[in-house]
Design a protein around this ligand. Sequence first.
Ligand SMILES: Cc1cc2nc3c(=O)[nH]c(=O)nc-3n(C[C@H](O)[C@H](O)[C@H](O)COP(=O)(O)OP(=O)(O)OC[C@H]3O[C@@H](n4cnc5c(N)ncnc54)[C@H](O)[C@@H]3O)c2cc1C
Length: 426
Amino acid sequence: MTTDVSIPENIRELVKGVLKGLFEFIDAEVVPLEERDREILADERKFFGPDGRMVDQALDARRDVRMKSAEAGFYPMYAPEDIGGGGIPVTAMVFTQEGVYRRYGPGRPYIAWAKGLLSQPIVASFVDGPSHMLASANETMRKQYLPSLLKGEKTLCFALSESDAGSDVWSIKTKARRDGDDWVINGSKQWITNAPYADYAVVFAVTNEEMVAKRQGGITAFIVEANAPGYSMDGVLPVMGHQGGDCGSLTFENVRVPGDHMLGQLDQGFQVAMFGISEGRIAIAASCLGMSEYALDRCLDYAQQRVTFGKPISEYQAIQFMLADMAIDIYTTKYMVLQTARLIEAVPQGGRLPVKEISIAKAYAVETCQKDYDRAIQIHGGMGLTNELPLEEGFRIARTLRIPDGTSEIQRRTIARQLLRGDTVF
Ligand SMILES: Cc1cc2nc3c(=O)[nH]c(=O)nc-3n(C[C@H](O)[C@H](O)[C@H](O)COP(=O)(O)OP(=O)(O)OC[C@H]3O[C@@H](n4cnc5c(N)ncnc54)[C@H](O)[C@@H]3O)c2cc1C
């Protein structure tokens, strides 16, 4: 945890307490499970079935961790109190993410599985469980779905992207048409994290084509049950050298949804989506910060132990410069993440939504994280490439994170658009 004076005392104390409890929980409840399941965790041919889905033993263990974490109060801690979450402020959330990744690194399956997208299943995020996004649920939806989500008994997925609509959200083709009091959904989704395992999906569908054509609304977010007739999970999409994974494709064929199964208002689903995605972007930036620190810690140890030509490699300027460059990245990322988190926290008090800053933090953190893992592998020589160390996995995770929740190009597009609209405050 940081000792920085610019972090408010109450936040520093909160993060210290949360991390202490979280580390105790992980060491007591998660590490023994990892030991127990080592045989399947260490071998992807055992961890994933032939269809790319995690095997039942892995899913049961994940569920077990999730529910225990919920019981201990960690699982929904980033979700607002209003919906039964822990309500911890964004500044505390980012330093909690940082702390977990700095301590455990990218390679621990239960902590950083899902390619390190978030610390699922210990703490829920908007792509799998209770989050700020669900605050827009109406009373009926809250009663029906929140209790099982908060307990970690059930999970959800966030189904926005389609095969022809990733960066360009407005081109989604999935449609919902009214039929009496219900909505009937048809279409398909791709790249959906947790889709192969989710009990519910937040599905974004076009409800008003004219509004969508003007990019002024017309998309609605529906809560759909995975066992609804016509809902199917078509397959797992493994990424970056994995044999299976968390991402899947979904198809909806005349899936009937009751009229009140919405998140947010009719035709206003784009805002719901962007709310979730913004939360994801800052959480990814914070996770990358912790991952880079983990890599630097490993490098500092290794560089002082590894001797070549009669000296520890830490005495060579070539190595020192790589260590220094990692520190420059970490220091810069940290203050970007902190400043952005503070701006997000100030929004309810009338502050501006820090659209530009969220994009800057996400793009910078994932790109420098990948550079830092590249340097860390180089400093470790051949050892850096083995899968005994999580450095190669960290490199793959960081590379992967340049795509979801907005690619690096889309972050730059957002930053430039904000600048050109006059948002030049730094
Ligand atoms: C691991 C992973 C998890 C994901 N999880 C989810 C999820 O849970 N839910 C969900 O809905 N989606 C999810 N996605 C989808 C993700 O959001 C999209 O992959 C992403 O938005 C990019 O869309 P695309 O893949 O269609 O690429 P495209 O949009 O086709 O982009 C292709 C390339 O063109 C560039 N490009 C596109 N438009 C522009 C432009 N205007 N200017 C400059 N460059 C541009 C992009 O940056 C990229 O380099 C996930 C993806 C991955 C890889």
